[in-house]
Design a protein around this ligand. Structure first.
Ligand code: GLU
Length: 445
């Protein structure tokens, strides 16, 4: 790493002790930014990096609620409003027991660059709670969401901060959150949240967008090597919203997705995952992959273990951070891997990324490859602002244009900085320069 950046990195790490995932995200970005500072010494003089690493505002709050047995439960809520140089803070809410400040800050930091790469007018933010929705009734989830919004409402707004979903937050949770916001503020402010239901201000394609976008980006990478998704053997990790839609899109382009996973195990389905059945089990019944395997028949279900033990030509990690380590990466490379597209945020460890890059593989980092979700959230905001709703075809066309544009921006930035094919460098520099220019223009704030 560039020596000038090393000193800033050390300060950032020391100022934010115990936030391992945030440190990881910061170091990964800093490793790309040396050459930018050679060309733009004004960024160093204006302390752009130091400012970028310090969120504009961090909110931590108590979320009290009662469970179905009448017992009082207490969770912790977060919203980190990281950077508003390009637009209102934008980013999802994650409800998962692993959530703490370090996770929210890593996600919020990534979101700044991701949102910049989309070319849409959105800043970066993220939030969530250590609440675990699994096994909770709809009524419990509703009471939790209402309590969460009873604090959050005062910090958000169409022009201020626009939350959406992430792990553990889907259409059901966004509905309860929106209802409570409307009730407290007495405003039908559609643009305050994205991922809404289609009949009350949501956008078509938003549910599919992250998974579809990841496949579109990966397809663009494959084209640079004269190939495509057609005939590829694909392994996807996860079986939530991002994974399911990545599987659907990859198969629609002629690939066979032979495996996917959940937190208990993975399924190997050589004929290609049955997307309709997977949606039924996971989205309608909120069931487990084991149920899919039993109902599908003729497939193998592996309890525990790693889905990365299955050979593939394309890997799409769509579960969670640090789910694919250096050993798994080396195994995948030995098994004939060509390309990796990250549907999740930071699913590959730093060791894994190094293995993929050393092997000369196509590697699309999450902040570029999974930007389709937030980009379509920005399209939802556009539709809300004009009180319009677009067709599926039109919205999907816009999503495709945006993903192809992100691929182009990453690839051309990597070329410009003398590292063709390095999408990590292209994404980090491409996103950073846009935000840094806007920060300079807006003065010391
Ligand atoms: N949570 C998603 C992400 O990681 C989407 C955020 C949004 O739509 O605002 O980008």
């Amino acid at each position: 790493m560039d020596a000038r950046l090393e000193a800033i990195r050390d300060t950032v790490l020391a100022r934010n002790p115990g936030e391992a995932e945030f440190h990881q995200a910061v170091v990964e970005v800093f490793e790309s930014l040396g050459p930018v500072h050679d060309r733009h010494p004004e960024f160093l003089e204006a302390a752009i990096l130091e400012r970028l690493c310090e969120p504009e505002r961090q909110i931590i709050f108590r979320v009290p609620w009662t469970d179905d047995a009448g017992r009082v439960q207490i969770n912790r809520g977060f919203r980190v409003e990281f950077n508003s140089a390009l637009g209102p803070y934008k980013g999802g809410l994650r409800f998962h027991p692993s959530v703490y400040l370090g996770i929210v800050k890593f996600l919020g930091f990534e979101q700044i660059f991701k949102n910049a790469l989309t070319g849409m007018p959105i800043g970066g933010g993220k939030g969530g709670s250590d609440f675990d929705p699994r096994g909770r009734s709809d009524a419990e989830v509703m009471r939790f969401c209402q309590s969460f919004m009873t604090e959050l409402y005062r910090h958000i707004g169409e022009y201020t901060d626009v939350p959406a979903g992430d792990i553990g937050v889907g259409g059901r949770e966004i509905g309860y959150l929106f209802g409570q916001y409307k009730r407290i503020t007495n405003r039908y402010e559609s643009g305050v949240l994205t991922g809404k239901g289609i009949s009350w201000g949501g956008s078509l394609v938003r549910p599919e967008a992250t998974g579809f976008g990841t496949v579109i980006f990966t397809h663009e990478m494959l084209k640079t090597r004269g190939t495509s998704f057609d005939g590829q053997r694909v392994v996807v990790s996860g079986s939530g919203n991002v994974a399911i839609n990545a599987i659907a899109k990859a198969q629609s382009l002629g690939a066979t997705v032979v495996a996917c996973s959940d937190s208990s195990g993975y399924v190997v389905d050589e004929a290609g995952i049955d997307v309709a059945l997977l949606r039924e089990v996971k989205e309608v019944e909120r069931g487990r992959l084991k149920d899919y395997a039993e109902r599908r028949g003729g497939v193998s279900y592996v309890d525990g273990g790693s889905v990365w033990d299955v050979d593939a030509t394309v890997a799409l990690p769509c579960a969670t951070q640090n789910e694919l380590d250096g050993d798994a990466a080396a195994r995948l490379v030995r098994g004939g891997l060509l390309a990796v597209g990250e549907g999740a945020n930071m699913p590959s460890t730093r060791d894994a990324v190094a293995v993929f890059q050393d092997a000369g593989l196509l590697f699309g980092p999450g902040k570029a490859a999974n930007a389709g979700g937030v980009a379509t959230s920005a399209l939802e905001m556009q539709q809300n602002a004009s009180r319009d709703s677009w067709s599926f075809e039109h919205t999907e066309e816009r999503l495709t244009e945006i993903m192809v544009g992100i691929h182009h921006r990453c690839a051309s930035t990597a070329d410009e900085y003398g590292q063709p094919g390095n999408y990590v460098l292209g994404a980090n520099i491409g996103g950073f320069v846009k935000v840094a220019d806007a920060m300079l223009a807006q003065g010391l704030i």
